[in-house]
Design a binder for this molecule. Structure first.
Ligand code: OAD
Length: 242
């Protein structure tokens, strides 16, 4: 069994994807074949989709809120929180997951670059707020200030990531330089810019690892090390030994 070797200079950047939550019972995107109730996921996870049918989009996210509120973080989430506790500011977690499970496991040095399932925002005022409500039918929520639609605080297809998040990630990579260890865990590497982080890590001389139950070939080829396995099973021994 491989073991991650860290010294007191090493900086660890972790990118997680849907695979990390799979063992908690949250379905992965591509595991659903990109379909939900016969709709392309892009149809319900895009600004165009929301403009065309906000009720459908809210039903999709309401089901996901329902689902995510019933599941628990798994040993993979806990191992990452424990690694953060050991490394402090030499650790940064970037997650593409919106389910909130990393935070519930105790991760704090974390950027949810694709948004947060349990937050909403006015499409005009744009300030996110905590929102665990489900909206399965009209009336759909509107902004008390301007009257415009309230939408899930999710980065949809075709939308930009928060530039402040990206800046923080690239600053971490630059400051780490060759002391960087980049771990991508449970992600198929199909969505940019998250999928480009492995190249940014190599560009500063860092080491890169992919940990995935069924790695995508093209993505895996871009890493120095490959660990095939379920994150809940392989992360604890990889970080802390048997
Ligand atoms: P995907 O569904 O594309 O990929 C999930 C990855 O997890 C696959 O490589 C699986 O082999 C792996 N996997 C499954 N179970 C696992 C387990 N128990 N342990 C480890 N790995 C496991 O999900 P993402 O890569 O996260 O964006 O998708 C990236 C983005 O695409 C999502 O954030 C979403 C989607 O479009 C937005 O919603 C903006």
């Amino acid at each position: 069994m491989k073991r991650l070797q860290l010294d007191d200079q090493t900086r660890v950047l972790v990118l997680t994807g849907a695979g990390v939550s799979a063992e908690s019972g949250v379905p992965t995107f591509r595991g659903m074949n990109g379909l939900w109730e016969g709709h392309q996921v892009e149809e319900v996870a895009s600004p165009e989709g929301f403009a065309a049918d906000p009720e459908l989009v809210w039903r999709f996210y309401s089901l996901r809120r329902d689902g995510a509120s019933k599941v628990q973080p798994n040993p993979g989430h806990h191992a990452l929180a424990r690694l953060e506790a050991a490394l402090g500011e030499r650790f940064l977690l970037v997650t593409q997951n919106v389910d909130g499970l990393h935070a519930r496991a105790g991760s704090r040095r974390m950027l949810a670059i694709h948004g947060e399932l349990f937050q909403s925002r006015c499409e005009q005022c744009a300030q996110p707020f905590a929102d665990a409500h489900t909206y399965f039918a009209r009336p759909l929520p509107t902004c008390a200030t301007c009257g415009r639609a309230i939408r899930p605080h999710i980065v949809w297809f075709g939308e930009m990531l928060d530039p402040a998040h990206l800046e923080q990630v690239y600053r971490f990579i630059d400051e780490a330089g060759p002391k960087l260890v980049f771990l991508a865990i449970g992600t198929s590497g199909q969505v940019y810019p998250a999928s480009g982080l492995v190249d940014a890590a190599h560009a500063v001389g860092g080491k890169t690892w992919l940990i995935d139950a069924a790695p995508s070939e093209g993505y895996a080829a871009r890493f120095d090390e490959l660990v095939i396995g379920k994150s809940g099973e392989v992360l604890p021994p990889l970080f802390f030994g048997p």
